[in-house]
Write a protein that binds this ligand. Structure first.
Ligand SMILES: NC(=O)C1=CN([C@@H]2O[C@H](COP(=O)(O)OP(=O)(O)OC[C@H]3O[C@@H](n4cnc5c(N)ncnc54)[C@H](O)[C@@H]3O)[C@@H](O)[C@H]2O)C=CC1
Ligand SMILES: O=C([O-])CC(=O)C(=O)O
Length: 350
């Protein structure tokens, strides 16, 4: 059971509260979701799934190439969201203006032999450009990052937003839903049940041993022994590499990521709409104080203004506690690398 302790507090003066109230009302009426990197492997499938979400009024596609074609194709689907498209860096701000949610699957994927870290140099600039554009034209949007390495890119985006005075910890997310999707799938196979019936939190980060699925907390409960549990944990941790290897040079997970991304964005939307009876909970890599680290993935409760609450971590079993101790220094390094990268970018005046 998760203990619901309030670990984030945001005190807002009355004026800011009123502005937020107005933004939330507007969002409930006319919701715009923008996908940056919409022509890519994840972007196309994610955009297709979002086009099927009746709660979205306007679906904006942005990419540096091929956006028009993808948008024309999607626009013929007989579902309610209206599709708009923008191409190239020059059109990024136009694309993001008015967005309530910006979801970012832009940037290079891994090839066999690469670590997610190896993507930092090519992908950081893409994330920085998006963060600058969000600050400029839609500073109250929720920003959800898929681009790898998530553990490092999210802290970079935080610091860029901060440098532009537009950072709100409730509205920045690293999407780690695919780790949850994998944990559910592999546990469903082990228990011979429908994976959709399973609930399991995945905490930590989004790379190798920083990914920690909590099989002790699964519902229905995990029934295997310690060695089976270890095997399942390792399969989730290496799920991305399993796909990279199988794709043999043509990229990394796209379809499963699109599924995960659409689920996450769907939950953000449900939070905005605020019409559900039960709490909207998703695991995400966010600024948090559930551990000594500045960022950590864990279940977060979503509402009209983004993160409503981050429950403290549940009691872990012995194996999970050991693994948590092992992942903290690795994740700390990834986060520090992001902070340093952003600082260099900001101080060099780029
Ligand atoms: N968070 C997660 O769980 C996962 C993250 N990923 C990451 O998602 C990213 C995208 O993966 P794929 O879709 O497979 O790659 P892809 O190469 O198929 O697509 C990337 C798209 O981004 C576009 N792009 C590049 N620079 C851009 C810019 N400045 N502005 C707008 N668009 C730009 C490209 O034109 C391309 O269409 C990778 O970094 C990958 O590692 C992938 C799977 C899971
Ligand atoms: O492994 C990769 O490079 C893509 C990714 O993040 C995943 O599939 O979890």
């Amino acid at each position: 059971m998760l203990a619901f302790r309030f670990t984030m507090r945001f005190s807002q003066p009355a004026l800011q509260q009123k502005q937020q109230h107005d933004i939330n009302r507007q969002r409930r009426r006319n919701l715009q979701v923008s996908v940056v990197g919409a022509s890519g492997g994840i972007g196309q499938a994610l955009s297709l799934l979002l086009k099927m979400n009746p709660l979205i009024e306007t679906l904006v596609l942005h990419d540096v190439a091929n956006t028009k074609g993808v948008a024309a194709d999607l626009s013929h689907i007989c579902t309610s969201p209206t599709v708009k498209s923008y191409t190239g860096e020059k059109e990024l701000k136009k694309a993001l203006k008015g967005s309530d949610i910006v979801v970012v699957p832009a940037g290079r994927p891994r090839r066999p032999g690469m670590d997610r870290k190896d993507l930092l140099e090519s992908n950081a600039n893409v994330a920085i450009a998006v963060a600058m554009a969000v600050s400029s034209v839609c500073p109250s949007a929720f920003l959800a990052i898929i681009t790898n390495p998530v553990n490092t890119i999210v802290p970079i985006v935080r610091d860029i937003l901060k440098s532009q005075d537009s950072y709100d910890p409730k509205r920045l997310f690293g999407i780690t839903t695919l780790d949850v999707v994998r944990a559910k799938t592999f546990l469903g196979q082990s228990l011979c049940i429908d994976p959709q019936r399973i609930n399991i939190p995945v905490i930590g980060g989004h790379s190798g041993i920083t990914i920690l699925p909590l099989f002790s907390q699964s519902n229905p409960p995990f029934k295997g022994d310690e060695s089976e549990k270890k095997e399942l944990i390792e399969r989730v941790q290496e799920g991305g590499s399993e796909v990279v290897k199988a794709k043999a040079g043509s990229g990394s997970a796209t379809l499963s990521m699109a599924f995960a991304g659409a689920q996450f964005v769907g939950s953000l939307i449900k939070g905005i709409k605020n019409e559900e009876d039960k709490p909207i909970v998703e695991c995400a890599f966010v600024e948090s104080n559930v551990t000594p680290l500045e960022f950590f993935a864990s279940p977060v409760i979503l509402g009209p203004s983004g993160i409503k609450d981050i429950p403290c971590l549940p009691e872990l079993d012995q194996l999970e506690s050991q693994m948590l101790q092992g992942l903290l220094p690795v994740l700390l390094k990834d986060i520090e690398q992001g902070v340093k990268y952003a600082n260099n970018f900001i101080t060099s005046g780029c």
